[in-house]
Design a binder for this molecule. Sequence first.
Ligand code: G1P
Ligand code: ZN
Length: 543
Amino acid sequence: MPMREIATKPYPDQRSGTAGLRKRVAVFQQPHYLENFLQSVFDSVPELRGHTLVIGGDGRYFNRQAIATAVAMAAANGVARVVVGQGGLLSTPAASHLIRLHRAAAGLIFTASHNPAGADGDFGVKLNVAGGGQASEGLTERIYEHSKSLGRYRILEGATVDLDRRGLQTLGAMELDVVDPVDEYARLMQKLFDFNRIREWLKAGHSLRYDALHAVTGPYAQRIFVEMLGAPLSSLQNANPLEDFGGIHPDPNLIHARHLHELAHSDRAPDLVAASDGDGDRNMILGRGIFVSPGDSLAFLAAHLKELPGYRDGLRGVARSMPTSRAVDKVAKAMAVDSYETPTGWKFFANLLEMDRINLCGEESFGTSSSHVREKDGIWAVLAWLNVLAATRLSVREVAERHWRHYGRHYYGRHDYEELPATAATTVMQDLARTLYDLPGRKFGEWEVGAADEFGYHDPVDGSLAVNQGLRVIFGDRARIVLRLSGTGTRGVTLRLYLERYEDHATALGWKTWEALAPLVNVAEQIARIGAITGRKAPSVVT
Ligand code: G1P
Ligand code: ZN
């Protein structure tokens, strides 16, 4: 098989966002587009020469083709061994685990996460590094800079790769190991959670409904929930991965998984209702008659962590992304452990996990995980909840209400303004940035601004600095408004407004979220003038 160097012209738009390079499928289908980006990766991660690369994807349209290309290019770029999930499938957390397990130099995960799939949908490439975490800002930037001047790429021509046959194949001097996507991941989960207890809980008549949204987690759910834990097959829905995710928008939240909200509020509601996203790193949790907001879920799991076998030593420290509700900070304080506030995106948690400063972390965007991998983990979160329910014998609602009575309640909402013209979105941000420092001391309704700033993060482990990570207006302990621009959208610009209100009075604990947040929505409009500037009467999505 000949190794070929192919001349190419660079593409100027290969800068990765919050979670890798994400574009419409049509963009990736341009001649040499994917090859260029991958060559830039191979050139920028020289550690891959002579070492192992893990490859997988969420199964969406273009996944197999992209993996075949990546494998042929790995062989031509001196990679010694590629470990790939059978059928090209690996959930993002399972890929992170395999990188760690095989001491791989890097991993390539083909996914556009929760964005719709299919020929008209999105595609993406995520680069993870040794240790299993996402590429750093610095590396991402180097790859982008290099991609702009790339003149050739290397590929093994005529390579035939059988992604469906488990076991070893050889490609030139490279070894290709096609592995079951679930085996090792399931083994890891078994070490962390009390499978016997969950099995008994299910046997005693408790019920689970898990929706894989026709994305990557289907086989994981089938093996773990059904085969290992004994849940009936009817506990799963949409469990076969499809290239277009069956037309579903695989984003488990109250908008795109409205049907689960309805199920949880119906008279046939199971004890636990859950879902994950396209690549298996997000999670949505509901109980009978209750939706658990991701910030609350993080706080509840922090409070119950030591009841889970893999975490018997309890909470070591916790981290949340800046816009995520401060509910978990209360738990950390009560347990006298550190809580870190990081920029949006999972990569900022990796250093803290690596240095053992934290063992739990989460984001408001339906992401929760722990020290077991370096990514957020949907199935892990569902298992953690199953284990908490089985260990405490409480319902989801009881877990929540006990927590709120003890710590108070953080009402939380995120308002997304999607597909804005770039000028409107930047005007909102710039106008607020200009007036930000005049806000402290001003009163809006019942809240007084304590502090307002542009969030920056100084990594306590590697000393790196991340600036421009969103604008925040903080009304002391009682409320908070945050604004930032999305780094994952593929159409126009998405502006996100995050609202948080804290109450600790018994009478205020049972309000409806939208009622509790309504006055804060007005305050946000006075301060940020999103409606006035963009002309939008309402956000596109509220979660
Ligand atoms: C969004 C979420 C963020 C998450 C990322 C990847 O990024 O807000 O929390 O880490 O997707 O799943 P954003 O579009 O806001 O930049
Ligand atoms: Zn995802």
